[in-house]
Design a binder for this molecule. Sequence first.
Ligand SMILES: [Zn+2]
Length: 322
Amino acid sequence: MKVRCTYCGAEFEVPNTVRTTTCPYCGLTLTIKSPEEVQPAEVDHYYFPVAPKDPFLSLMEFVSREYGAPEDIEAASTLEKRELHYIPVYFFHVRGCMRVANFEGNSAHATEVLFYPIVALRKGRLVEVLRGYPFAVRGRRFFDVSVKKKGVYHEPEFDRAYAQRIVEAALMSALRDEARACVPDYTIEESVKSVEFRGLVHYPIWRLVYRYRWRRYEAFVDGADGRIILAEYPQTLTARAACFGLAFLLLATGLPLSIAIGLLIKAPLATITGAIASVAGAVPPLKRALHVKARGSEVMELEKGQPKPFEALTKYIRVRKL
Ligand SMILES: [Zn+2]
């Protein structure tokens, strides 16, 4: 049968036997009595069931494909610790729109629609690892108390209203930044925001510790879909030497080249920017060369360092010049 979402108005197909469903467009959970009688469900606590695949197996498949990992990594690694954490996450559906203009008559229009998760923990390793993590949105189920016994259960450390204020502030500043980049010296002509709560979800995250030869390595795996969030792994001497060589090459060619170009076009600034670029390019491989452990992720870009809290939000924003 076809049902219509009471919040966003989208129409979508569900099997005739289904009595509760989640709108694929805005994430609202609906109770269906008949196609004509659809209501927002009153439950707002969910959990994600744990995927059946062994997280250590997913981890080994991932690290064995990573650049520089030893060939015997799967055969020679042993699992030492396996913890399942149920992490509290508030989900919001965010819609924002801002129109700005300046004296010269330039105007811009920034809009934003996305799911925004807030991990309801204040500090700790898990908060660091999950910063900016794109949690799965589909597949959640109504909360069941038996979940509390399945792993390390974390209660939310702040309430939903506090989380909502974080999201609203992030949305406004992201819109403002984006508008400012487009139209300098602007005034806000119009701004609309809607931040809708989409439930508290207890989300499964595996923390694994494994041993390869005489060292221990830590990894975090998404319990709901098996994605590798963060994995430490050993890298071979050859790989480290190759990284060192690459860093050296970037410096050895980049620096003289920038000087030559600077002299050629008589622009000292070209030399400086060129030098900065080659040093910046050489830093990531040099860092890798100096560490025994490498880090990889299936989802996030680690080279840039930890993302800032609202970077994830900003990067979705599209600005349209009017
Ligand atoms: Zn909807």
